[in-house]
Design a binder for this molecule. Sequence first.
Ligand SMILES: [Zn+2]
Ligand SMILES: [Zn+2]
Ligand SMILES: [Zn+2]
Length: 345
Amino acid sequence: MASSVACLCGSIDLTVQLDTATDHTKLQLCHCQQCRRNVGQLYSSYYLLQCKPPTFKGLQEYQQSNHITRFFCETCGAHVFAHLKSGGRFLVASGLLVTQIPSVREIEHWKTSDTGDGGLSAYLPGSESTIAGCRLDASKLPESSHWEPTNLQSEAKEQYLHANCLCGGVDFYITKPDASSSQATSPWADLLVPYYSGSGANPDDVKWWLRDGDTKYLAGTCVCNTCRLSSGFPIQTWAFVPRSNIFNADGSPLKFNQGTLRRHNSSPGVYREFCGCCGATAFWHCDERPTLIDVSVGILQEKGARAEDWLDWAPSRVSFAEMAVQSDLIQLLEEGVKIFSDKRT
Ligand SMILES: [Zn+2]
Ligand SMILES: [Zn+2]
Ligand SMILES: [Zn+2]
């Protein structure tokens, strides 16, 4: 069946043919480290295509390994295609279909063993694939040398969280909440406010990003259209971190216009940053709320993919679920998030 594919900026607007021999109602999510760091999400998910896409215009190519190449929009960073060289097959990112979107009846998880804590699979009940490696790439990650921020006091070195995309171009770290963290302000309540109810304003300047006795940052899932179309995947996971707690790898305060970071101005005063080399989603931030930054969780390098020593995951609500295109998938996610949070309490 022919499906239209579009990204957030509109550079990518084409028609593809999904593979006719595959049951696309079983959505496959790969949680392997390569996928997470390459796309900046907690997983990647693709549909197999019947044949080669009609064009690669407007796409940036990233040679992930000898086996796989990924293609993302050079303007907005949306992941669009992956090419499996051994079989010569192409895949399309599951969040970019705008017509003929397969319904989701079943979830299959790959490589949750790479996550340490189950990653997003904890919120999405499904079966575990028997495939040992990621179908996208069975090769191992290159051994990365031990990383340490250079300009930190030694006692502070325990207290950082490294973030790094797959190509290494986006490289920064986050420090634990401190006195500066409550200096940040937000004109809005957290994004867990249902879009169509309540004003979403934050008149009392509640420091909602600080959680668990001010020891962790809030994190949550967002399924809005702009996150979907700018990442290529239907579920975006964000951590909300004050800018004062984010540092470049050399210890200097975070700057956006450096390294491989590329910016897409998605609406006036709103910025989405991604790696211009590998396409990993990195940040969302805006002029109206400059002191608080959304950090894409897939690039965080912690022993568990959900980084729960650092992040407190928002219970029982999926942001902008009312806007979701794949409502059956998002319903599974909402049910899964609820089961997860009920188990904890
Ligand atoms: Zn685009
Ligand atoms: Zn993978
Ligand atoms: Zn990168």
